[in-house]
Write a protein that binds this ligand. Structure first.
Ligand SMILES: [Zn+2]
Length: 156
C-alpha cells in the first residue's frame, strides 16, 4: 500500500476505487492520479480524472497535485484526438450547488465530435457596463482580502 493511501476516505466511492475495493473501468493510473470511465457517461469514453487523495474541492488541491491531475487529463484528451475525436470538454463541478455529486475532486473529460448531439452551452446575456464594473471590483477586493489572509493548503 502506497504512503498516500492514508489520505483516502473509506466512505468515498472514488477512494474505494483508488484502493481497488470497488470496481471501475480503468483507463490510466500513476502515483498521484487515476482515470476511469464515468459510470453514467454523457458519451462513450466520458472519463473522470482525480488525485489519489481525498479532497472535496479543487480549490483546496495543492497546485503541484492539480498539475499532475491535469497532465493525466491532457494525456486522455490526446488519446481521444488520436482516436478521431475532434474536441473535448474539461469539466469540474465544485460543491453541490454546481452539480458535484461525489465529493472527491474530479475532472470530467468528455470526447466530442461534430454533430454528436451534446450541447453544454448555456443561455447567456450581456450585462450593463456599470454592473460589470461593480462585479469585477467586488471580486478584485475579495481577491486582495483572500490573498492577504494567505492561501492555506489542506493538511496532508
Ligand atoms: Zn475520496
Amino acid at each position: 500500500m502506497r504512503a498516500h493511501h492514508r489520505n483516502l476516505d473509506e466512505n468515498c466511492v472514488f477512494c474505494r476505487i483508488i484502493e481497488g475495493k470497488a470496481p471501475s473501468f480503468s483507463v490510466y493510473e500513476n502515483d498521484s492520479a487515476i482515470a476511469f470511465l464515468d459510470t453514467f457517461p454523457i458519451v462513450p469514453g466520458h472519463t473522470l480524472i482525480m488525485p489519489k487523495v481525498h479532497i472535496a474541492d479543487m480549490t483546496d488541491v495543492p497546485g503541484e497535485l492539480l498539475a499532475s491531475v491535469f497532465d493525466v487529463a491532457k494525456l486522455i484528451s490526446r488519446s481521444f484526438y488520436s482516436m478521431g475525436y475532434t474536441a473535448v470538454n474539461y469539466l469540474v463541478n465544485e460543491r453541490a450547488d454546481a452539480g458535484q455529486v461525489i465529493f472527491h475532486v474530479h475532472c470530467h473529460v468528455i470526447p466530442r465530435k461534430p454533430n454528436d448531439g451534446i450541447d453544454l452551452r448555456m443561455r447567456r446575456a450581456r450585462l450593463p457596463g456599470e454592473e460589470m464594473e461593480r462585479t469585477a471590483s467586488n471580486i478584485r477586493t475579495e481577491i486582495l482580502r483572500t490573498a492577504s489572509q494567505g492561501m492555506p493548503e489542506p493538511d496532508p
